[in-house]
Design a binder for this molecule. Structure first.
Ligand code: MSP
Length: 506
């Protein structure tokens, strides 16, 4: 049995959760569910990043203390994770006392390694990034990511000697070309390293909302260092009385968007090297959800409220749409029109209709009992191939590609219905055996679809199995048999359309 540890970034609680946050959480959930289905031992972590200037400013703007603000905001992110169906094993908050203590221990290790120095530093700081920019990288004097003017920040801080790790990082990258996926992001991170790494300030004296530097209580630890360490700290207290570090580190896979590539692919591995931890297995970098041509972001104000979208369309359709529309690893434009079009064409017409037709034909021609037969050898092979290819794609963290493989099989089943025309076979008693084969094949094919669909649309997959009279926990990987089989005898269950065309009827 393998171990699989998957993380999302921990989200800033300076504003409401939006669809961009939901996207990464859903992608991580797809991978977590797929690995559980395979029988792997899985740990799935998400959470909130609650310290730093950005959060302190958001609290001040609301006339609240940072503590009041984060205690009000963090549960909204927790609810979002629950609402999108995330099966996370833990939800970390960087204000957890155990996390704070762990962070202090971690920076002590950096210091013991001789990688910390006190220096004065001034630079252009974007509070939205919580990071410094070089003047040459600004666009019209503004942060290229957030479109706001950075402020000049000058402080005496503790520095982490990132430059000490330049060569080790470069060697690590060269030895592990698949460490950062896709390759374009790997190249970006490697070229960043090769351009030369400056030491980075890892403490702040200008703010108090953070984890105190253990050897100097006048300073707090830089929010990004505090945040990155969550991936380790969570393992030490997620399960009371147990330390999961030896089990799940370094079997870790980080998911994130390209906005925070440098922090994860350059700074984080250097911190881990300094503190003496092995590096993660892989980092999968995805693109941006774009709305009206721009990155959807709280700072830009062009966000969609995921709760409202789910109220209207349901959870599984949203999961499907996001994973299908925004090719994992690339940017993708999303819109309500695009959503409705995929909902109608793919979910209602292709999948929903296939389920309704299969169930109603079995009811009509075989009194609701799935006939016992061998089924089409060709479809059996295609089902096996579809599930195997999906697995290969998901093992490579290529989520959209996996869904495309499944959909080709859904379309194949629809063509099979048209080719075999069971309504014609039913008219001729001499073709009863042939009709049995076709009905069995459709039910077996749909069962295979449900298994492949489960990581993406867990409730829908379970419902398809229920309608086919199949054990529902099979989708989670429990008792799952071969790709092509049915538990018989089984009675199908008719039920309303899986994806009603009239969305207001939901
Ligand atoms: N707190 C830091 C992360 C610390 S991780 C140790 C942070 N938080 S954030 O709230 O800004 O979240 C950024 C992440 O949210 C992105 O990397 C991505 O996972 C997700 N997304 C936010 N907006 C998004 C889009 N418009 N599109 C895709 N993903 C988006 O950065």
């Amino acid at each position: 049995m393998s171990r699989f540890y998957i993380t999302t970034p921990i989200y800033y609680v300076n504003g409401e959760p939006h669809l961009g946050h939901a996207y990464t959480t859903i992608a991580a959930d797809v991978l977590a569910r797929y690995h559980r289905q395979k029988g792997d031992e899985v740990f799935f972590l998400t959470g909130t990043d609650e310290h730093g200037t950005k959060v302190a400013q958001a609290a001040a703007a609301r006339g609240l203390t940072p503590r009041q603000h984060v205690d009000e905001m963090a549960p909204k992110f927790q609810r979002l994770a629950e609402r999108v169906g995330a099966s996370n094993d833990f939800f970390i908050r960087t204000t957890d006392a155990q996390h704070e203590a762990f962070v202090q221990g971690f920076v002590e290790r950096l210091r013991a390694a001789g990688d910390i120095e006190k220096r004065t530093y001034g630079g252009l700081y974007c509070t939205a990034c919580e990071g410094f920019w070089y003047e040459r990288d600004l666009v019209d004097g503004k942060c290229p990511d957030h479109g706001i003017e950075p402020i000049w920040l000058e402080e005496e801080n503790y520095f982490f000697l990132l430059s000490n790790y330049q060569e080790r990082l470069r060697q690590f990258f060269l030895a592990h070309p698949d460490w950062v996926k896709p390759r374009s992001r790997y190249n970006e991170a490697l070229s960043f390293i090769e351009q030369g790494l400056d030491d980075i300030s890892i403490s702040r004296s200008s703010i108090t909302w953070g984890v105190p530097v253990p050897w100097d209580e006048e300073q707090v630890i830089y929010v990004w260092v505090d945040a990155l360490i969550n991936y380790l700290s969570a393992l030490t207290y997620a399960r009371p009385g147990e330390d999961l570090t030896a089990t799940f580190w370094p079997a870790v896979h980080h998911l994130l968007a390209k906005d925070i590539l440098k922090f994860h692919a350059v700074i984080w591995p250097a911190l881990l090297m300094s503190a003496g931890y092995p590096l993660p297995v892989a980092e999968a970098i995805h693109g941006y959800l774009l709305m009206g041509g721009e990155k959807m972001s709280k700072t830009r104000g062009n966000v969609l409220d995921p709760f409202a979208v789910m109220d209207q369309y349901g959870i599984d359709p949203l999961r499907y749409y996001l994973m299908r529309e925004v090719t994992f690893g690339q940017d993708g434009v999303i819109s309500l029109e695009g959503f409705e079009s995929r909902y109608t064409n793919e979910l209602a017409n292709e999948l929903g209709n296939l389920v309704s037709r299969t169930v109603s034909m079995i009811e009509k021609y075989r009194a609701g009992t799935i006939p016992s037969a061998e089924g089409s050898a060709e479809l059996a092979l295609q089902a096996q191939n579809a599930l195997a290819h999906m697995g290969e794609r998901l093992d490579e963290l290529e989520i959209t590609a996996a869904l495309e493989v499944l959909w080709d099989f859904v379309r194949r089943l629809n063509r099979y219905v048209e080719e075999e025309a069971p309504w014609k076979l039913a008219k001729d008693e001499a073709l009863a055996g042939r009709l049995d084969e076709v009905l069995f094949s459709l039910a077996a094919g749909l069962r295979a679809v449900a298994l492949g669909l489960y990581p993406f649309m867990p409730a829908t997959a379970t419902e398809i199995l229920r309608r086919l009279g199949q054990p529902q926990d099979e989708a989670e990987g429990k008792r799952a048999g071969a790709a092509w089989t049915l538990a018989l005898p089984a009675k199908v269950q008719a039920a309303p359309a899986l994806f009603p065309r009239d969305l207001t009827a939901r």
